[in-house]
Design a protein around this ligand. Structure first.
Ligand code: IFM
Length: 696
């Protein structure tokens, strides 16, 4: 396994993308791939999962913690940083197998080497080692501190901060604007004498050529009310190497089931890298779900979108069903927020938040994009009109139940969610000419706002009601105010479902086919700058932001729409901008099904390589949207497993129907299906599926 992502040389323009690319996380915290001498200007962030805060009237977002890894080294009084000094050489490295980050920077007189990990064994622990070696004799001073001057998009988030040093442990207590308390303990350890002034620590020594100074940082975050200083001290006693070993053992294990072997090194690394970005979000003890930008920062307010149920949940259901269940539990826990949103718009049932945080209250603002030239907010309707979100949640639950065989989630609140989502659709529909329509909506393609009868939405609503009916007899009696089953049935039977025309095409929404034949490159050419949000420009064209009809075919396979895959694929592909990272994996899966294996491969690479480039889309109409893309990472996995390998799971049927692109000669992977572990091996035209019985 190629285990490392390595980048050499220093370029200021890469700072932000490297922050994402070299991210470390452990399902609870994320530490951006930044260097020790960086500050908030370079977007250093230690992001916390599921802890949100609002400052004044700004957007509520996930919080960042103070940075314990701020280090700056001077040689003979002159600061040695990549930002201010020319480097002889510089390298950063992410070990994706171990989840460790390291850097090595050679200046004229010293070398700085560091390594860090966010422990997978003790999720609240961040540990690092910072070593300075003299290449010439001279006075070396290393200053280090807990940097309280946080990077925030919509902060500051601490109305009160207190830092104490008790017996060499620096304790930070922050009270957020929403009165949440978070404590951290930092302990710096060195063989040298550590001195301090104004909450800054330093070691200073005249080094002979070849001598080194090493400083270890042990940092523990405490989200409980009891002190954990002793726990930190114990970790310090165990020492760096032991903690690193425990971390690696715990993280390495995650690869056992999730690794997919492709017989091609280049795409193998991209897929491994994608899976890395999912494994670092896994925490079997967390019910905080997975935000759209993972733990790479505060983009999209650290919120959870449909990305999670549609892309990320299937990955975890197949590789770690326990964590998948937790993801669903999050939606069960946030049902009150979804009901509140429905009520707020005058509907019934559960209308899940487009951007959901800890309480499920809608966080998507009415002005989610700004004009990049004037800075004026642009009215968007994502929160109010993307009603497919409730169907995504309901379908996510049923897909989990179906794949995992864990029906207990339905009696533990899962059925109630489905039922309430179904109730929402009934209250949201409009009866016209004897059929129920969903008017004034936005489908996955966000460039066409406020349209009627988006095929994706209507089919999803139908499927949601269908699920409410399917599980009704077993689970509805527990509900306090269930809808009558007959009412569900009669409503479902009258939902208008846009059917394929004679040429096989499904119209994305009412009158879509009347729009102008303008292609994505032409829409882009109309933009005033590269940050411009294309929504307004694409509105009367056929250019779509992302897979919509194509996504429908993959996500709701029950209606036999895949039969029309070729026609729709050929038609919609040229109009798709892939302006969302969610798009290409859907196209890849469908391309595999219709044996367009070259396309399938290209789309898969687009999905798997999403976080490896330095030219990602970082702005949507003036708003920073950079970060990692776990849904795209999961989409890459799904493209291989359901696309190339053609995994087919239906009741007792566990089958493969491979469509290997010419570049991929073999695929090997394990997956859980209905509580059993399977192994699939595909080699050229031969393939085998077997149950793995010796798994612990
Ligand atoms: O959920 C997506 C949406 O479909 C497109 N814009 C970005 C969101 C978060 O990834």
């Amino acid at each position: 396994m190629k285990k490392t992502l390595v980048k050499t040389g220093f370029n200021k323009n890469d700072i932000v993308s490297f922050g994402n690319m070299f991210l470390l996380a452990n399902g609870r915290y994320g530490y951006r791939g930044t260097l020790e001498e960086y500050t908030k200007e370079q977007m250093v962030a230690l992001n916390v999962l599921g802890l949100y805060d609002r400052y004044e009237d700004k957007w509520r977002e996930s919080i960042n913690l103070p940075n314990p890894l701020f280090f700056i080294t001077s040689f003979n009084g002159e600061k040695q940083t990549v930002l201010t000094k020319e480097v002889v050489s510089h390298q950063v490295e992410l070990n994706i197998y171990d989840a460790t980050f390291s850097r090595e920077t050679l200046f004229k007189n010293i070398v700085i080497k560091s390594e860090r990990f966010l422990s997978s064994a003790n999720k609240d622990l961040l540990v690092s080692k910072y070593v300075v070696k003299a290449l010439n004799s001279g006075l070396v001073k290393i200053e280090f501190k807990l940097d309280l001057d946080n990077y925030d998009i919509n902060g500051p988030h601490y109305k009160n901060r207190k830092v104490n040093d008790i017996n060499g442990v620096q304790s930070f207590k922050g009270i957020t604007n929403e009165n949440k308390i978070i404590t951290t303990y930092t302990k710096y350890v060195s063989d040298e004498d550590i001195k301090t002034y104004n909450n800054t620590y330093f070691v200073e020594k005249y080094l002979q050529k070849g001598d080194e100074i090493c400083v270890f940082t042990y940092y523990l975050v405490n989200q409980t009310s009891a002190s954990r200083v002793e726990e930190l001290q114990k970790n310090v006693q165990q020492g760096y190497d032991k903690l690193l070993k425990e971390h690696k053992t715990s993280f390495n294990k995650k690869w056992d089931i999730s690794r997919v072997l492709l017989g091609e090194p280049e795409s193998q690394f991209e897929l491994d890298y994608s899976i890395y970005h999912l494994l670092i979000l896994e925490d079997d003890k967390s019910y905080r779900s997975v935000p759209a930008r993972g733990l790479s920062g505060q983009t999209y307010k650290g919120a959870i979108f449909w990305d999670t149920e549609t892309f990320i949940l299937p990955f975890f259901t197949l590789t770690n069903p326990q964590f998948a269940r937790n993801i669903i539990q999050y939606r069960i826990n946030t049902l009150p927020g979804a009901k509140k949103k429905a009520q707020g718009f005058g509907y019934q049932g559960a209308f899940y938040a487009w951007e959901s945080q800890d309480d499920g209250i809608e966080q998507c603002s009415q002005y989610n994009v700004t004009d990049p030239i004037t800075g004026e907010p642009i009215r968007t309707y994502f929160d109010e009109k993307q009603i497919h979100i409730s169907g995504d949640v309901a379908l996510g639950i049923s897909r989990y139940v179906y794949l995992s065989g864990d029906t207990s989630i339905l009696s533990d609140g899962g059925y109630e969610v489905i039922h309430e989502c179904a109730r929402f659709y009934i209250s949201r529909a409009t009866l016209r000419n004897g059929q129920y329509h969903f008017d004034d909506v936005i489908g996955p393609d966000e460039y066409h706002e406020r349209i009627n009868d988006n095929a994706f939405t209507n089919y999803l609503a139908y499927k949601t009601i269908d699920l409410a009916i399917e599980y009704y007899d077993e689970y509805a009696q527990k509900l306090s105010n269930p809808i009558n089953k007959k009412d569900f049935i009669s409503f479902r039977n009258l939902i208008y479902l846009p059917k394929p025309y004679d040429n096989g095409l499904i119209e994305q929404f009412e009158h879509y086919f009347d729009l102008k034949d303008v292609y994505p490159h032409e829409v882009k050419a109309m933009a005033r700058n590269d940050k411009e949000y294309l929504g307004g420009l694409a509105i009367d064209t056929k250019t779509i932001k992302q897979a919509d009809v194509i996504a429908l075919m993959v996500i709701v396979p029950d209606f036999g729409l895949m039969k029309y895959a070729r026609e729709n694929y050929k038609y919609y592909l040229p109009f798709t901008e892939h302006g969302s990272s969610l798009s290409s994996s859907m196209y890849s899966i469908v391309a595999s099904r219709i044996d367009e294996t070259d396309d399938a491969y290209q789309m898969f690479r687009k999905s798997s390589g999403i976080d490896l480039g330095t030219n990602q889309k970082m702005y949507a109409g003036g708003i920073y949207i950079g970060g990692t893309h776990p849904a795209s990472n999961a989409g890459a996995y799904l493209s291989v497993v359901f696309g190339f390998a053609g995994l087919y799971l239906d009741g007792d049927q566990v089958k493969l129907n491979p469509h290997l692109p010419k570049q991929i000669k073999s695929i090997e992977f394990k997956f859980f299906y209905k509580k059993k572990l399977y192994k699939a091996v595909i080699k050229n035209n031969d393939y085998q599926l077997m149950e793995v019985t010796d798994h612990d």
